[in-house]
Write a protein that binds this ligand. Structure first.
Ligand SMILES: Cc1cc2nc3c(=O)[nH]c(=O)nc-3n(C[C@H](O)[C@H](O)[C@H](O)COP(=O)(O)O)c2cc1C
Length: 306
């Protein structure tokens, strides 16, 4: 029996539930020899802003016991270069492209979406709301439900395509922010982004990263991500979810599906093994076959709680 791997996030149909996570797979073509993007459920681009950005000074990555810290600083090529130089090739190869969007004001988010709407080949948008809202004193959009609802509504006004909001695990009220994103018009929620963390060089008595704090990702955060996913799924059972955080194996994917995700994204695992998303997909297929799961949809939300 070959399991049916097809899934859907709301109205967006995917050939399988394994996507790449923003910031860990470039713009979809950088690792194409090792991991052809058209064989995945889709790719999520590095976060795009209206203009290109160089990001933070190094060191901006630090390895930890079960993952890594990063403070890349949202380096990217800018939406114009993406639409004119990268998107046509992704489209030619029939890659399902989710554009990750960020900005320091709602106008910046809208500008990125408006430019992509004039191009062909974008399947959905994912808003990175772990970004300082300059007009609100630098507090992240994702930390204040009212600001998140109005940002989501502003982006909703720019597109009829699926709109995902990527939740921050650092927000004081996870379910409140999830609800605010839905109230603002989000079609789906992806979670989680990185956890705010600190690595210290004891000899230098300084933070390892040039910026001080960084975002923790990798297997260390998987149980946190599963807990948050399950909490949001239980609170908002009809909202499609995309699970992210420390996924390294096909069985990890099954765990996220059971906790309520309709699809997942693989991030840090790509740094160790650029072909990890494909390997994980093969493992998921074998896991389903071994467990007598005819279709991955059977797993979604299937966790049997106490
Ligand atoms: C180097 C690096 C860059 C990232 N850049 C972005 C980004 O631009 N936008 C975004 O929404 N998330 C970004 N993330 C967060 C990931 O997409 C993902 O949510 C997080 O790493 C957790 O998944 P993982 O444990 O599988 O890596 C980045 C993560 C890493 C490690």
């Amino acid at each position: 029996m070959t399991p049916d791997l097809r899934t859907a996030v709301g109205d967006l149909r995917l050939a399988n539930p394994v996507l790449t996570a923003s910031g860990t797979f470039g713009y979809g073509l950088d690792l194409e020899d090792l991991c052809p993007p058209e064989r995945l459920g889709g790719i999520v681009t590095k976060g795009l802003s209206p203009l290109s950005r160089r990001g933070n000074q190094p060191p901006r990555i630090a390895e930890t016991a079960a993952g890594m810290l990063n403070a890349i600083g949202l380096q990217n090529i800018g939406v114009e270069a993406f639409c004119s130089d990268v998107l046509p090739e992704l489209r030619r190869r029939s890659v399902t492209v989710v554009v990750n969007v960020f900005g320091e004001s709602p106008a910046a988010y809208r500008e990125v979406i408006a430019r992509c709407e004039r191009a062909a080949g974008v399947a959905a948008y994912e808003l990175n709301v772990s970004c300082p809202n300059v007009s609100a004193g630098g507090i992240e959009f994702g930390h204040r439900p009212a600001a998140l609802a109005s940002l989501t509504a502003a982006c909703r006004a720019e597109t009829g395509k699926p709109l995902w909001v990527k939740l921050s695990p650092n927000a004081p009220d996870l379910v409140g922010t999830a609800q605010a994103a839905v109230d603002g018009g989000a079609d789906a929620l992806s979670l989680i982004n990185t956890l705010r963390a600190l690595a210290i060089d004891a000899v230098a008595r300084r933070p390892v990263l040039q910026r001080g704090y960084g975002g923790l990702s990798g297997p260390a955060i998987k149980p946190v991500a599963l807990r948050m996913l399950w909490e949001v799924h239980r609170a908002l059972p009809s909202v499609p979810l995309v699970g992210i955080g420390g996924i390294e194996t096909g069985q990890d994917v099954a765990e996220f599906l059971l906790a309520g995700a309709s699809a997942v994204q693989v991030g840090t695992a790509v740094f160790r093994d650029p072909a990890a998303p494909l390997r994980i997909l093969g493992e998921l297929e074998r896991f389903c076959a071994a467990q007598g799961v005819a279709a991955v949809g059977e797993l979604i939300g299937g966790l049997q709680w106490l």
